[in-house]
Design a protein around this ligand. Structure first.
Ligand SMILES: CC(C)(COP(=O)(O)OP(=O)(O)OC[C@H]1O[C@@H](n2cnc3c(N)ncnc32)[C@H](O)[C@@H]1OP(=O)(O)O)[C@@H](O)C(=O)NCCC(=O)NCCS
Length: 411
């Protein structure tokens, strides 16, 4: 496989079963206390250690990174994608380029299997160095007020989900995510890993025999095994109506045993209608990071989505070429009769507007395609994003999008 020995003798390679204990020890040392059970559940998953890459000094594991396989839907197009997490190097081994090597390895792996985008969260600034941009706003967390009135309609019962509930849970998630322009569902493997993690609880509401709501609980660092208060973050709430949402939040308060309950908003979903009256909104400024390595391949894959947007715009009957220069390269979109019919690469244009096109710097492309701004707003935010006379077409093809992203790690 892709094993490499560095000049300093440290070997960078896929993790193996014999590395598991050391990986967990390092995660415990470098990440929060929940890192260990979360990583243990992931390491026990279908891909197991194969999802992790490690740097090894002799027989000592000194750095680690994990890569999941996911899908990101943009309108009607589903894109293969990668999610990266559990990034750490051992104290004393920092600043030697070990995580750089591991990131390069997982990014090459992700590209080789055909992923068109990578998504992650984490260490401020760090991942910009590997081509990630801050793009998708994280949901606003609401602190459940102690006096919140959570009268639960009769007949609703909340319980721990079992393995047989997963299909119903996924149906509820799919129904919520269908309302978003961009959605990243959990993969089968991530569902399994989450279900196995002791820091995670899946709660479902039953209305008679039908499942009418789901919430994922993340239990505070180091509290999962104890009998004391649990600080619970309630995320991914998917419910049919506000009754089941109230039942899930009342249940979270009970499960917390006096601990704090934070609930992640999901704009447009039932939970969002309930939260402002019963919770205190906290400020959230972090964003999911997105990386686009090959804009030409990505835009080509996105043709069904771009065509649908074009068809719904007043360019539906027009035809032509749109040059999108990202300065280090360019892509030309050919459109005709409400469809983007071809996407080809072209040399980067320093003056794309003069050449009849638009200019979007490479680190802004992820926001153009997955972010909440859209082309016109990005032109105001970035001096090197230039739309010129193609502004209206650019805005039709690249509007602001609302995204719902489910990651392994709930921040
Ligand atoms: C942050 C961390 C992963 C960096 O690991 P590392 O082995 O020092 O990383 P590298 O040496 O490969 O760094 C790559 C580059 O980033 C720089 N860098 C290191 N830490 C950085 C940081 N926190 N912010 C910005 N740049 C950083 C390095 O100087 C290096 O730059 P260079 O290539 O120009 O010399 C490591 O310090 C760590 O394990 N932190 C705690 C774990 C954690 O918080 N993980 C997040 C969970 S996802």
């Amino acid at each position: 496989m892709d094993t490499r020995t560095r000049a300093d003798g440290i070997v960078v390679r896929s993790a193996q079963a014999g590395d598991v204990e050391q990986i967990l020890a390092m995660v415990g040392d470098r990440l929060d206390e929940n890192g260990v059970p979360d990583a243990a559940a992931t390491l026990a998953g279908v891909d197991g250690p194969g999802r992790f890459v490690v740097a090894v000094d002799g027989d000592r594991v000194v750095a680690v990174t994990a890569l999941w396989q996911d899908r990101v839907r943009v309108g009607p197009t589903v894109l293969p994608s990668g999610q990266i997490d559990f990034v750490a190097s051992l104290a004393g081994y920092g600043g030697r380029g070990l995580v750089r090597d591991l990131m390069n390895m997982v990014l090459a792996r992700s590209a080789a299997r055909g992923d068109l985008v990578q998504v992650m969260l984490g260490i401020p600034y760090f991942y910009r160095q590997f081509g990630f941009s801050y793009v998708i706003p994280l949901p606003t967390p609401y602190e459940l007020r102690a006096d919140a009135d959570l009268a639960v309609p009769d007949g609703l019962e909340v319980r721990e989900a079992g393995p047989g509930d997963l299909l119903g849970v996924r149906r509820l998630q799919d129904a919520v995510q269908a309302g978003y322009d961009v959605a990243m569902p959990h993969s089968d493997d991530t569902w399994r890993s989450l279900a196995a993690a002791e820091t995670v609880a899946f709660r479902v509401v039953n209305d008679g025999s039908a499942m009418s709501g789901f919430a994922r609980h993340k239990i505070g660092a180091g509290q999962a095994a104890g009998d004391g208060p649990h600080d619970i973050t309630v995320a991914e709430v998917a419910a049919i109506g506000v009754g089941p949402v109230r039942a899930l939040l009342a249940d979270a308060r009970t499960q917390a045993r006096g601990g704090n309950v934070m609930v992640k908003d999901r704009p447009g979903a039932a939970v969002s209608a309930v939260l402002p009256a019963i919770g205190l909104a906290h400020q959230e400024t972090d964003r999911y990071m997105v990386r686009v390595a090959d804009p030409v391949a990505l835009l080509d894959a996105l043709r069904p989505t771009l065509s649908a947007r074009l068809k719904a715009s007043h360019f539906a009957r027009e035809s032509g070429d749109l040059l999108v220069s990202y300065y280090r390269g360019a892509v030309v979109l050919t459109y005709s009769a409400g469809a983007v019919t071809a996407v080809r690469s072209a040399p980067g244009q320093q003056g794309p507007v003069a050449a009849g096109g638009i200019g979007v710097p490479p680190d802004v492309l992820p926001d153009l395609l997955f972010g909440p701004h859209g082309a016109a707003r990005l032109e105001h935010l970035h001096a090197d994003c230039n739309l010129g006379p193609q502004r209206t077409l650019a805005d039709a093809l690249f509007p602001p999008v609302a995204a719902d992203v489910l990651t392994f790690y709930v921040p």
